[in-house]
Ligand binder design. Sequence first.
Ligand SMILES: [Zn+2]
Length: 635
Amino acid sequence: MSPSSARPTLVTDVARSPHARLLPVPVGRVGLEGELWGRRGEAHLLASLHQQWEQLEATGRLENFRRVSGRSERPYAGRVFNDSDLYKWLEGASWALARGPRPDLARLVDQGIALVEGAQQPDGYLDSYYSLERAGERWTNLRDNHELYCAGHLLQAAVAHRRATGSDRLLRVATRVADLLCAEFGPPGSGRRPGIDGHQEVEMALLELYRETGAERYLALARHFLESRGHGLLAGGWFGRAYFQDRAPFREMDRWEGHAVRAMYYACGLTDLYLETGDRPLLDNLGRLFTRMVSRQIYVSGGVGSRHDGEAFGEDFELPNAQAYTETCAAIGSAMWCHRMLLATGEARYADLFEWTLYNAILPGWSLDGLSYLYVNPLEDGGGHRRQHWYDCSCCPPNLARTVASLPGYLYATEGEAIWVHHYAQGTADVDLGGRTVSLTQRTRYPWDGRIELVVNGQGEFALHLRIPAWCAEGASLTVNGERVGPPPAPGTYAVLGRRWRPGDRVQLELPMPVRHLEAHPWVAEDVGRVAVTRGPLLYCLEGVDHPGAVLRDLAVDPARPLSAAWEPEWLGGVVVLRGEGRAHPLPAAWEGRLYRPAGAGPTAAPRPVPITAVPYHAWGNRAAGPMQVWLRRG
Ligand SMILES: [Zn+2]
């Protein structure tokens, strides 16, 4: 679609945030053509939003709102935080409306808003679980029951809807809720109640509402909630304080711990607080936690939160494959944090992780038809882990919808007289730069191909910053109008092209994408003796369906025998497949019926050559059920 027809909408509006380095180019100014990142098209997004609406209805989530307004006699249905699924859906649908007119979707959005309006209490309170029969129990279990978490998602939905449509309708509801929170909660001595929510979310939501309205009280309340954490307000319960990141104040934390989605949403709120206040030690500690996370706590996919127990970060290097939890929402939270850190610092490492996480930890959670999802994302599976159309606890599907719907807002940014290109995808952008509009056209088949042509339609002097991904170890090459510029830009940085531009100038960026084998730190026990296969920004895996008769655990690849890449338009909706020769190491018969034996005993069987076919990890689980493996035996 053309970007000019849509409403310019910032997902994270740091236009007046005094400590933001970069200002994103709004959703409505960026058009994605052909393949949307990772092959998810506009049609799939809309199909997904409609399918999710049907699930919200079928599972009683919408009925919960109707019963509060007296239009239903049915009992409350589902989890205590089910309201948040409608709010996340409204946010996603709003970003979709910012990308272009969608009358059918707009009608559903209006229906959803009417349900929310109808459930608001006279004093502004809104939570369908704590209305009616539980009205006397408000604010009695902030640790476990997500009351402020749900309110946070309402605030985010309202901000998105206002930005996308210009309507104040949902924002009026949300500001009444936020004002009630301001009246209820506050620091000691304020006469208001103490308390923070067990699940972070309301913090970044209040900060975005502050950006939208300019009302300082929302900033103050967000700061109060963030600074109240780590002092034992969430003590007790099954998991202990670390689960809630309440074991120590943030400034004393030296690693992420506990529930991964909470941790990442906490990180978003803290980064938002820095963007508004310039609290440098806060940013410095966020940077240290990021460094520790990417060097000890993250999967090769970019997924975080390895433990099923508590949906939590494990110990350093505790990264099991079949037992990987890596909730889709945790990856989304990590990407949202990367986005904020990028806006604050302009450091390429945050855009690098955003990209890697998007392709390899977020998109795996969404089926190729957009209609089913993964909540848990193992890196190895025997064939039993399958996608579902919905979940009892269904946080991930609407989280995917709001993320994918807002993707155009993550590609570009400006900084004074400079345009930053963070990500590569076929499409166009109209960038406001110092009172003029610069139109950019990207022609590329990225992520399948590393050639990117950027046509710059703008006049005068400005700089173009182009991200050279950290994975591009072979070195990028860069030309303007066919002439090579400067020394080869270093991977993991932004190449800066400062010049006087003329309309139609052509920038060509070449990012070589050889097949690469990665190995893990020796302390990641499950990956010892194994390699993972990547190409460009994509992680690959083997699926049993491509290796009939083989046992994936017995298959090995040799980094010295590179796999070759081939575009397969008929596979998985069109993907680059990697093929080559591997080896099967058949299990010696001596192991039959044994689990252990004296080390070094017995002969090993000779390997035999076998054809290997690797597919992008984000596309796994879309065909017949069967084994899947990311980390492959080496040899
Ligand atoms: Zn989730």
